[in-house]
Design a protein around this ligand. Structure first.
Ligand SMILES: Cc1cc2nc3c(=O)[nH]c(=O)nc-3n(C[C@H](O)[C@H](O)[C@H](O)COP(=O)(O)O)c2cc1C
Length: 431
């Protein structure tokens, strides 16, 4: 037992001790609270190590600019956010196996360096479905930004604007799409959680179209609530009264009840039952295509067979994603799903990969294995939780700089130059 662990065990022992009770109830309560706070601390550290082996390198930073990598932001977000809100970002499902796989999957691939390539300036620009982008790093859709910073999605959008990144806005945004697009300075792409009632889906499509969104990203991997055990553990340790924001008895347990109250559902008579869509099938993509002027991307694809179905149903693009390990506990890293999907898609439509991207080298490997762009989720939420807009900006700058470095070192001047010959599958450590 290390020193910290034994100190905490001793505090808990004291809290439970009849001797201490004899010394006075107030002292006992104080000890009890101390022990509970330390339990919460333990829980944060516990989840902090899941899926992200670089945790040991993370430094607590007090200024966004001092973060050396995105893991520094995570450490600061952990310390800053209430336990339940940090847990909402951190959680995977069941035993968090897929969450961990998303990170370890990148280590199965190595980058093949190229020397004396004579490259003066790398160019990270690209175009996706007609949207020109200075970088292939996109902000994946994530809900509830105001749980992480009072400025919420507006802070994220302002950072995306100043750093010139594409932002995909979640259906369960805590700010309406119109305001977010205004803060971004140009239309965002809109992520759709389809609902059991078609008329609600149609109203969401009309609102996104009216806000100028050129692309709708239809998320397919969460037709029912998923089993977020790690989140539940963090909630248990959060001692705040959450009933002001979360209906009592439902603090976070049911995503559906709190989701129904989000601004995109204002006036639509949404009920929690409308979120469960297990009956949805591929014909829904045909219906979406017919119902909207926006291009339709399908998010949550992890197999060649489903990628083929996307093509057959006329999808304009594919997001290879397992929701950051928050939906099905498949155990498969998205980076390991990508090659089979790229073989089927053969550049007929653009492919975005997300889930587990934390460094420029991860971005590079995804592009080399067939993605046209990548999405990040947790890294920018850590930045948002730690420092608001400045934190998101710092995360985007860090990841861009890392990508530029690996491009220069691997002799790839443009995004198109990052081909399959630039990476190789490794055979694990030499014993
Ligand atoms: C806190 C949080 C909220 C999310 N909310 C949504 C959402 O509303 N819609 C959606 O399609 N995906 C959502 N996702 C999944 C992300 O779009 C993305 O697939 C995932 O975060 C990528 O993995 P990463 O976090 O490891 O980068 C969410 C992810 C997180 C961490």
């Amino acid at each position: 037992m290390d020193q910290v662990t034994s100190r905490r065990a001793f505090a808990r022992y004291l809290a439970a001790s009849p001797l201490l009770a004899a010394l006075g109830a107030a002292a006992c309560a104080e000890r009890q609270e101390e022990a509970e706070n330390e339990d919460a601390e333990d829980a944060r550290e516990y989840v902090g190590t899941l899926g992200e082996p670089d945790q040991a390198l993370g430094e607590l930073v007090t200024k966004a600019e001092d973060a050396l990598d995105v893991f520094d932001m995570r450490v600061t977000a952990q310390r800053t956010l209430p336990s339940a809100h940090y847990g909402y970002i951190a959680t995977g499902v069941d035993g968090d196996v897929t969450l961990r796989a998303n990170r370890s999957g990148f280590a199965h691939w190595d980058i093949r360096d190229k020397r004396l390539a004579g490259i003066e300036n790398v160019d990270t620009s690209t175009t996706l479905l007609g949207t020109p982008m200075e970088t292939p790093i996109i902000l994946s859709p994530t809900g509830s930004h105001r749980a992480f910073h009072p400025d919420g999605e507006l802070a994220t959008a302002r950072a995306a604007k100043s750093q010139k990144h594409l932002m995909i806005l979640s259906t369960v945004t805590t700010t309406g799409v119109e305001e977010v697009a205004a803060a971004r300075g140009e239309p965002v792409w809109y992520q759709l959680y389809a609902t059991a009632r078609w008329e609600i889906t149609e109203r969401l499509l009309r609102r996104a179209e009216a806000a100028g969104c050129p692309v709708v990203v239809y998320t397919t991997d969460l037709p029912v609530s998923s089993n977020r055990i790690t989140l539940s553990r963090f909630i248990k340790r959060d001692r705040r009264d959450c009933t002001q924001c979360h209906a009592s008895g439902d603090a976070y347990g049911s995503r559906n009840t709190s989701f129904a109250r989000k601004p995109m559902f204002d006036g639509l008579g949404m009920t929690s039952a409308d979120f469960n869509t297990p009956m949805q099938a591929w014909e829904f993509v045909d219906r979406l295509k017919a119902a909207t002027t926006m291009k339709v991307m399908v998010k949550g694809i992890t197999t060649a067979e489903d990628a083929q179905r996307c093509l057959s149903h006329g999808a304009d693009g594919i997001v290879v994603s397992n929701h950051g390990g928050r939906a099905a506990e498949s155990g498969r890293a998205t980076i390991d799903c990508l090659p089979e999907i790229a073989r089927v898609v053969r550049k007929q439509v653009p492919v975005i990969l997300d889930s587990g991207i934390r460094r420029g080298t991860d971005v590079f490997k995804a592009l080399a294995l067939g993605a046209d762009a990548v999405g990040i989720g947790r890294p920018y939420l850590w930045g948002l939780g730690a420092f608001g807009q400045a934190g998101v900006e710092r995360v985007l700058r860090l990841m861009r700089a890392e990508l530029r470095t690996v491009m220069a070192l691997s002799g790839t001047r443009t995004i198109a130059d990052i081909g399959s010959a630039t990476v190789m599958r490794n055979s694990g450590p030499i014993s």
